[in-house]
Design a protein around this ligand. Structure first.
Ligand code: ATP
Ligand code: MG
Length: 367
């Protein structure tokens, strides 16, 4: 098996009812890459997969796989395979017969089909389960059978539409590593759809973050998390404190000063905002620290304290109507609810971005 690259060249998709689910998008997924599309429900993730797999035609632009224009090529003849959220295995067939299902149509003999199925079951660590029925397997094992079945037709591109969402948390976390492993072993290009940012961050070589039919950023997980390109990306990927305001000063060192309800704050200014611009300062809870003489310094009161074992999460009121969330490692000397605390963050610990739509999952701390 080998992966092929996938290019969306100006692809836009408008459904027959006139609704544009995907606005013109340029995107290149490299051959052999684990590429995730991350975004909230309804942002157009599945629609993009449909266009790649051939179940829907772009209204504009084209899809290329391995450099070949896919226009006029139907789903069955594209070098793609698709795995849905709610996979359906055939209950009356054994595990290996499920995996081999697609091979019969290709004229393979029963012995050939079984050999191939066992190879694939080896890949997903289920060879010893080959003769069981699907209902005798766990949820995670069934998911792996579905992956083996999709790989049986030797696709160059495997499209996975929220394949782990039906599994419980533990299994989902375990399957993340398994999927990643399978992808690396086969070299097949994976396009993985999820609305779970933890999943996207841990599994992907690169991530496209989508909002309302628009890809807002494409980058490596670190890039998307540490250097979000838009307010939406900053608020959707990871937890973040956000303070709306107006730029009051641009400094020489790449930092800017913003006036917010939490006071006058300093943060990085990667987008080159200028004085008077409406903007939002974002700061991750792990950038917030106890202490004095920080660039952005507050005295606050602990309103909430959640012990998570190795970490402690605090919610601290720093002004009326302004809270700051802080994540610290648990060193055994944490303070309790009601305590007064000096906290803050350094100038380069926060990032100032143009005002824009925020994710609903983001914490609206200061409007
Ligand atoms: N056949 C259709 N006709 C009209 N509109 C559609 C159709 N299918 C999807 N849509 C709309 O297009 C938008 C994008 O849908 P899509 O299924 O791509 O979202 P998604 O990002 O996969 O969401 P989810 O995470 O909930 O699966 C949604 O607003 C949806 O209502
Ligand atoms: Mg979907």
């Amino acid at each position: 098996m080998h992966g092929k690259d996938v290019t969306l060249d100006g692809v836009a998709i408008t459904y027959p009812n006139g609704f544009t689910a995907v606005h013109p998008t340029n995107l290149k997924v490299e051959a052999g890459e684990f590429f995730s599309i991350l975004g909230p429900s309804g942002c157009g993730k599945t629609t993009i997969l449909r266009a790649v797999s051939g179940f829907v035609d772009p209204s504009q632009g084209k899809v290329l796989i391995g450099g070949d224009d896919q226009q006029g090529i139907g789903p069955n003849t594209r070098p793609t395979a698709l795995i849905f959220q709610n996979l359906a295995l055939f209950p009356l067939m054994s595990v290996w017969e499920n995996v081999a299902f697609g091979l019969e149509a290709r004229g393979a003999s029963k012995a050939e089909r079984r050999k191939k199925a066992l190879e694939l079951l080896d890949l997903v660590a289920l060879r010893d389960q080959a003769d069981k029925k699907p209902q005798e397997l766990s949820g995670g094992q069934r998911q792996r059978v579905a992956i083996a079945r999709a790989l049986a037709v030797e696709p160059s591109v495997l499209l996975l539409d929220e394949p782990l969402s039906a599994l419980d948390l533990k299994l989902r976390q375990h399957m993340r590593a398994e999927l990643r492993d399978i992808q690396k072993k086969t070299g097949v290009t994976f396009i993985y759809i999820t609305h779970d940012q933890g999943e996207a961050l841990t599994m992907s070589d690169r991530i496209a973050v989508m909002n309302a039919g628009v890809v807002e950023q494409v980058g490596a997980p670190d890039e998307v998390y540490n250097a979000p390109a838009t307010a939406f990306v900053a608020s959707f990927v990871g937890e973040v404190n956000q303070f709306k305001g107006r730029i009051v000063e641009i400094r020489e060192d790449g930092l800017a000063v913003i006036e917010t309800v939490a006071g006058v704050l300093v943060g990085k200014n990667p987008k080159g905002l200028t004085t008077g611009d409406a903007a939002i300062l974002f700061v991750r809870p792990e950038q917030v620290q106890p202490g004095q003489h920080l660039t952005n310094q507050f005295t606050g009161q602990v309103m909430r304290r959640d012990l998570e074992g190795a970490f402690i999460n605090y919610e601290i009121t720093i002004r009326e109507g302004a809270q700051l969330v802080m994540h610290t490692t648990n060193t055994g000397d944490g303070v309790g609810v009601g305590a007064e605390l000096s906290v803050g963050f350094q100038g380069n610990g926060g990032i100032i971005l143009p005002e824009g739509q925020l994710a609903r999952t983001g914490r609206e701390l200061a409007a």
